[in-house]
Ligand binder design. Sequence first.
Ligand code: DOR
Ligand code: ZN
Length: 318
Amino acid sequence: MLNIPAFVDMHCHLREPGFCEKETIETGLASAHAGGFGAVCPMANTNPVNDNIETLKFIKRDRVYPICAVTKGLLGKELVDFAVLKAAGAVAFSDDGRPVEDMKLLQDAMQVAKELDILLISHAEDLATGSEEIAVERELEILPDGCRYHFAHISEEKSLELIRMAKKNLPQLTCETAPHYFSLTGSTKFRVNPPLAKPQDVEAVIAALKDGTIDAIATDHAPHTLTEKLSPTPPPGIAGFETAFGVGYTYLVKSGHLTLEQLSEKMSLNPAKILRIQNDKTILVDTDCVWTVRAADFKSKCKLSPFEGITLTGKVIL
Ligand code: DOR
Ligand code: ZN
């Protein structure tokens, strides 16, 4: 048994307000706590969208650090009031779920973010092709030095190479990946966005975790109902809180790629630093515990997992 800092999830979806059939803040927090997360940052794609003070104040509470939208209604047309939302407690800004594709608008957002010392989080996807790389490249082209910019859920070798190069000249550039991108490949039937990549991408994600190109591991916990996930057109997203540490420990530490201390940095220290939040809670983990994932036992309302039936080593005990 080991005492380590509680995890900080800089990217999740708690679904409330608006989609309480998928998850509520309460069930999401119970799931996060079971997974060892002492702080979580829910994305803005709720209903109403978290682009206004009222919604922000409703979501914000102990251990919940909301991320507000970059554009009103996540529509990519008009920027939110960054100053007001920052003052009211928004910890970052992102249109996650969608990219901001109007480069002029994104450039304006980057300028304001730089002036106000705000963290922008990019969902890098070229909607026409689905490519992550194309989006990363065009966003890096317009990124001003000094803007705190963070790429969410990076999954591909080519985008990682672009970020690796760019980071040499941009100390405020950071990025994250999610557990499913260093453990699963596209052959798995669960739909997520970005999609599960090829084995060579999984290897590249692991290499980027090792060399520090990837600063943080975030869950992108994105619950949906069973009916939705079993429909012919399932929405992208999987439950992530309760398997994150076990997947990290099994695929990164047990396999010899990272030390436990390095994994802890990616799940606690670095995200807290990027977000500038205090993380003084600790958790107890058992790195010898071998257990089999049974999503039926999740505290999350979403009882489906791509890791169902998989045996993991490493569990959060308290
Ligand atoms: O898999 C995903 N689910 N990726 C996203 O970008 C959005 C998220 C969701 O909100 O369900
Ligand atoms: Zn997301």
